[in-house]
Design a protein around this ligand. Structure first.
Ligand code: FMN
Length: 234
């Protein structure tokens, strides 16, 4: 049995959002292969986590047994989000590029889950790299959508791509060592290049889902989780 943490970031709903369609397509393909797996749904596009505040930082750095009820309360959302990450084998992330980087909702999620003593440890004895992830052995599937194009290595906007590199950098601290990316581009041009890019992304997403699902040992249970009706991949 595997657990997938399915995170969507787009502020748009499923009908319009390309990244949402890609993540739904991945999930549909995966569950067709492995219907017994567990899915945790976290829609941060619709319900963004809160931002870091002075109280939140104080709560993080206050030893657990010394936290006041107010500090305990302030960490509740973070505890819940980290709990979801801890049990996940795969983080399935559908995200747009906003202003050449990650949407604020995704950054808010990252800031809530990268937490001292929970997801990373800090030790100056480690020299120049004192932070180390606590979690490990997880897989990241990041499906991105961009309005412009040329963000991949060698592309005309590679130097403006602050989304993919940022995701990779923080993935390290979330225990997501195995990382897979699929990108759809050209949405703002609404031409045949966009159609091609979106179709290629969909095909790559289906292939990736089949490959990764095949790699995980098969322990099927057909009882509790019926295969969803085909929607996004058909
Ligand atoms: C607020 C906002 C900022 C955006 N900034 C960029 C950008 O910097 N670069 C880019 O290529 N596309 C940009 N776009 C276009 C989106 O990346 C594109 O529409 C993408 O398909 C959105 O993902 P979604 O379809 O899943 O909602 C932006 C769109 C919005 C709404």
């Amino acid at each position: 049995m595997a657990t997938i943490l399915h995170i969507d970031v787009s502020a748009q709903n499923t009908d319009r959002s390309i990244s949402r369609k890609l993540s739904a397509c991945f999930l549909e393909t995966w569950l067709a292969e492995r219907p017994g797996d567990t899915v945790i749904r976290r829609d941060i596009g619709q319900n963004p986590p809160g931002f870091v505040s002075a109280k939140w930082i104080e709560a993080c750095f206050t030893p657990e047994d010394q936290r006041t009820p107010e500090l305990v309360e302030i960490l509740k959302e973070s505890d819940e989000l980290i709990g979801e990450l801890e049990v996940a084998d795969i983080v399935l992330l559908g995200t747009p590029m906003y202003n050449y980087g990650m949407p604020a909702a995704l950054k808010a999620w990252v800031d809530r889950v990268i937490r001292i003593g929970k997801t990373f440890s800090f030790d100056l004895a480690r020299g120049d790299y004192p932070l180390e992830p606590i979690l490990g052995g997880k897989t990241l599937v990041a499906l991105t959508s961009k309005g412009e194009f040329g963000f991949s290595p060698g592309g005309i906007r590679e130097h403006m791509n602050y989304l993919d590199g940022h995701i990779k950098a923080v993935a390290h601290y979330l225990g997501l060592a195995d990382r897979h990316f699929v990108h759809s581009e050209y949405q703002e041009f609404a031409d045949e290049r966009h159609e091609r890019s979106r179709d290629d992304a969909k095909k790559a997403t289906v292939e990736l889902a089949k490959t990764l699902a095949g790699n995980i040992s098969q322990e099927r249970s057909y009882h509790d989780h019926p295969t969803p009706a085909a929607t996004e991949c058909s």
